[in-house]
Every structure is written in structure tokens, then in C-alpha cells.
Design a protein around this ligand. Structure first.
Ligand code: 5GP
Length: 347
């Protein structure tokens, strides 16, 4: 046994220090970024915020709404082929630039991916997603997928430490997804004791990835636009959000009405709700590592997006970053033991 005594930080442990700036208005801030990816050589331009590949968030409806604003969606892995087919038929080709098809690492996943790519060869992004990206089998799967698809952008995760980011990039991934345990409907830290505070995970993993010419996605733990800004400030190239996009018209999950109020169901992809829905129950050898909750219905996602993008633009003006790309180098975090003033939050 060993103890690392360096304190690791989460979003709640810091704030961004304001800096003198020549920017007059948040209108002058551009949130678009352009990336050239390490192995695939593909170029992508857009706002690097991603809807999580959960069946309550990464839906085709969400993808259509987000792509219009140049945001990205990782489509969940439970759609049938015929549903993919109708999606491709009814959307413009441009949308393919703003979606990834998600898969796990079993044979069936590879076959399904091949069928989806056959339906639309213009699909550029593949998200190979497992809860624990530390297994040798996962690394082998990434290598095999890279050999099969030399020009697709491969996203792989999740991990939280620099050495594993490097290993996956060397295995052929372009972008590494970072986060174990911070998610809003995640119970991994409770069930297993394993995890890594997200802000430190981003700082350490971004450093490892950028050294090799790769990118990272910060995945999970953002509860406010301010948290997303902190993730970018810490060095994330992309930020993936689940809970913040739950409960909208475009979200999946059952609509529930109670005492005249509307809610939408939201659950983790390892929750018993998801496992019953997709696999007919929780396998005997495992525990559910996700929650099921109901969130107040929030209407169309467009208004939430405006709130998020407005918030991040404002962060950029506070620190004098005319482009999102410059936010990291303009960021100085201060460690804090307070966040918002909650005196009127429940009144
Ligand atoms: P959020 O933005 O809601 O805080 O986090 C979303 C992320 O939580 C997802 O992208 C995914 O990485 C993670 N997640 C989703 N479902 C589960 C689950 O059932 N268990 C765990 N451990 N993590 C989950």
C-alpha cells in the first residue's frame, strides 16, 4: 500500500481569478475551436461541448438540436440499425461532423459499428467507451479499431491518469475521455472507493495528451456553466455533459407527471434501470453503479445551451480570452472553501 499525499482538486475547490482585459463585450468571444487529430489527420471545427452517450442524453433528437449550434453529441450505443438508417436519411450530411457512434468492446459492438459506417461512410467519429479504461483488453480493442478505421477519429476512455492517456494515444486513439466517478448519476466512488477529483484529472491528463499531440474530453461532474468553464480552464479540449442536458424535450427517458408538475427520468448507464432496459437485469456478479432520478422538465434544450454558452463567454471576458482556445493560458485558479451564496436557493 502507498499513499500519495498531494491534495487532488475538484471543481468545487477552485474559482477562476479575474484578470485585466481589453475585451469590451462577451459578443467578441469566439467559442469555436479547430482541431487536427493525431492519427486520423481529420480536422474538426465547432464548439467543443459534447452531449454524453447516455440513452437519456445522447439521442438523435439531441444531436439534431446541438449540431445546429455546432455542438457535438456522442450517440448512445443502444439504437438499432434501422433507427440509425432513418436518422441518416432525415439529417443533413453536415450533422455527421457533430456526432460520434458509441460502442463497447465486445465482438457485437464491432459488428454493429461496421454496419453503421456502411450506412453512412461519412460518419467520422467513433467513441469506444468503457467504465474502466485500464484493462489490457481495452487497449487491444483500440489498436484493432485503429487498424480497421485509419481515417476515423477515435475517442477512447475512461481513464484519469497521464500514463494511461499516453498508452491509449499510442494505441491509436485521437482523443481520450477523462473521468472516473464524478458523474451526476454515478455511484462508482460509493460502490468501489475508486475515483479521482475531476479538476486534477483534467490538468494531469491534458498535460500528458498535449505532449503527444492528442486531445482530451473532460467527462462528468459539471453541474453549472461555471464548472464547464473551469474544465476548459484546466486544459480540457472538449467537455462532455450528461445531467445538465437531461430533462429536455430532446432528452430520452420517460416523461412523468406528478401533482401537475412534469419531470423526466434520468439514470446512469450502469444503473439497474439501464441494465434492466438493455440487458434484462443486473448480472449476478456485478453491482449497479448508477442512480435513477427524476429531473424537472426544462423544455427545449436551446435555452439551456444559451445559458451555458453565455456563461462561458462571460468567463472568457473576465480573464481576457478573446477565443476559447486562450482560456487555459489565461486561467489562474485560486483554491477556495466557498462557492456560491445559497441564502435564497430554497426560498
Ligand atoms: P454528468 O455530466 O451527468 O455529471 O456526467 C455524465 C457522465 O457520467 C457520463 O458521460 C459517463 O461518463 C458517466 N456515467 C453515466 N452513467 C453512469 C453510471 O451509471 N455509472 C457511472 N459510474 N458513471 C456514469
Amino acid at each position: 500500500m502507498r499513499i500519495e499525499s498531494d491534495l487532488k482538486l475538484g471543481f468545487k475547490d477552485v474559482m477562476i481569478r479575474p484578470k485585466r482585459s481589453t475585451l469590451k463585450s462577451r459578443k467578441q468571444v469566439s467559442l469555436e475551436r479547430e482541431f487536427k487529430f493525431l492519427h486520423s489527420g481529420q480536422i474538426w471545427k465547432g464548439i467543443p461541448i459534447i452531449a454524453a452517450n447516455m440513452d437519456t442524453v445522447g439521442t438523435f433528437e439531441m444531436a439534431k438540436a446541438l449540431a445546429e449550434k455546432k455542438l457535438f453529441t456522442a450517440i448512445h450505443k443502444h439504437y438499432e440499425l434501422n433507427e440509425w438508417e432513418s436518422f441518416f436519411k432525415e439529417t443533413v450530411n453536415e450533422t455527421s461532423n457533430f456526432i460520434a457512434a458509441s460502442i463497447g468492446t465486445v465482438q457485437r459492438d464491432s459488428e454493429k459499428l461496421a454496419a453503421i459506417v456502411k450506412l453512412n461512410p461519412a460518419l467520422k467519429f467513433i467513441c469506444i467507451d468503457v467504465a474502466n479504461g485500464y484493462s489490457e483488453h481495452f487497449v487491444e480493442f483500440v489498436k484493432k479499431t485503429r487498424e480497421q478505421y485509419p481515417d476515423k477519429v477515435i475517442i477512447a476512455g475512461n481513464v484519469v491518469t497521464g500514463e494511461m492517456v499516453e498508452e491509449l494515444l499510442l494505441a491509436g486513439a485521437d482523443i481520450i475521455k477523462v473521468g472516473i466517478g464524478p458523474g451526476s448519476v454515478c455511484t462508482t466512488r460509493v460502490k468501489t472507493g475508486v475515483g479521482y477529483p475531476q479538476l486534477s484529472a483534467i490538468i494531469e491528463c491534458a498535460d500528458a495528451a498535449h505532449g503527444l499531440g492528442g486531445q482530451i474530453i473532460s467527462d462528468g461532474g459539471c453541474t453549472t456553466p461555471g464548472d464547464i468553464a473551469k474544465a476548459f480552464g484546466a486544459g480540457a479540449d472538449f467537455v462532455m455533459i450528461g445531467g445538465m442536458l437531461a430533462g429536455h424535450t430532446e432528452s430520452g427517458g420517460e416523461l412523468i407527471e406528478e401533482d401537475g408538475k412534469k419531470y423526466k427520468q434520468f439514470y446512469g448507464m450502469s444503473s439497474s434501470t439501464a441494465m434492466e432496459k438493455h440487458f434484462g437485469g443486473v448480472a449476478e456478479y456485478r453491482a449497479s453503479e448508477g442512480k435513477t432520478v427524476k429531473v424537472p422538465f426544462k423544455g427545449d434544450v436551446e435555452y439551456t445551451l444559451q445559458d451555458i454558452l453565455g456563461g462561458i463567454r462571460s468567463t472568457c471576458t473576465y480573464v481576457g480570452a478573446p477565443r476559447l482556445k486562450e482560456l487555459t493560458k489565461r486561467t489562474t485558479f485560486i483554491r477556495v472553501v466557498e462557492q456560491e451564496n445559497r441564502v435564497y436557493n430554497n426560498k
